[in-house]
Ligand binder design. Structure first.
Ligand code: MF3
Ligand code: CO
Ligand code: CO
Length: 255
């Protein structure tokens, strides 16, 4: 396994790409209301990234992905393809934004409530958010990826929810997906030991029901096998000498 340690110059470019990805999520928030289609959300983000940011939406044509962002609604786990379906009151939706700027990538996603969500929708959203935060707070040199995966899994499962195993966080930089794989489950004391200059995402997918997932016939959209609700949050994280820096967090914003 070769995990690339970023140079100071690369880190600066990753800061820019990370900020741009975060700004797309901030820009789109007021648009996420009942009646809008996920296809329209994709168009708005696409235009903003190309025209306002002079950047590239990395998902577009990535291994054939047909749109510029991923939109995963309710029991969709990840990689949902934007389309003609309108969001309705009570839906929860993950918008996953990856921006390529000056040769480097920033990858972040968050959950949005469409109108008034149910109690279980709020709960799965909150627990997945806490899982991401618990993982991020652990990031510093010397910690091992198994420690982080274990903590995330433990938090989800002790709240009677489950962690998706088939998809994981990832190293990121010049490439959208690089080594290492960042599993959201695991065994303490195992796995890669973190070093300053590593950059990777933490992006736990948490299901309100069982952990098993299924790929839809479109070959992209992942759903829960039991059709339970699923939620995900994602940030891009730099390992620093004494901790971490969240590259996709805007100043003064919460994670
Ligand atoms: N942004 C997703 C991730 O967090 C990957 C999307 S790949 C795509 O890794 F092709 F579906 F866009
Ligand atoms: Co990612
Ligand atoms: Co992403």
């Amino acid at each position: 396994m070769t995990v690339h340690i970023k140079t100071a110059d690369e880190i600066e470019k990753m800061r820019v790409a990370g900020r741009l990805a975060a700004e797309v999520l901030r820009m789109i928030r007021p648009h996420v209301v009942p009646g809008i289609t996920t296809g329209r959300l994709d168009e708005i983000c696409h235009e903003y990234i190309i025209r306002e940011q002079d950047a590239i939406p990395a998902p577009l044509n990535y291994h054939g992905f047909p749109k510029s962002i991923c939109t995963s609604v309710n029991h969709q786990v990840c990689h949902g393809i934007p389309g003609d379906k309108a969001l309705k009151n009570g839906d929860i939706v993950n918008l996953d934004i990856t921006v390529l700027k000056d040769g480097y990538q920033g990858d972040t996603s968050k959950m949005f409530f469409v109108g008034e969500p149910s109690i279980i929708a709020r709960r799965v959203t909150q627990i997945s958010y806490e899982c991401m935060c618990i993982g991020i707070e652990m990031v510093r040199p010397g910690v091992r990826l198994g420690d982080i995966g274990f903590a995330i899994q433990h938090h989800a499962e002790s709240n009677n929810m489950s962690v998706v195993r088939e998809y994981c966080g990832h190293g990121i930089g010049h490439n959208f997906h690089e080594e290492p794989q960042v599993l959201h489950y695991g065994t303490p004391g195992t796995g890669l030991e973190l070093e300053p200059g590593m950059i990777f995402t933490i992006e736990p997918m948490v299901n309100a029901g069982k952990r098993h997932v299924k790929l839809m016939p479109d070959q992209w959209t992942v759903i829960t096998k039991d059709r339970s609700l699923s939620a995900q949050w994602e940030h891009t994280i730099l390992v620093t000498a004494d901790g971490h820096e969240v590259l996709t967090r805007l100043p003064d914003d919460p994670l």
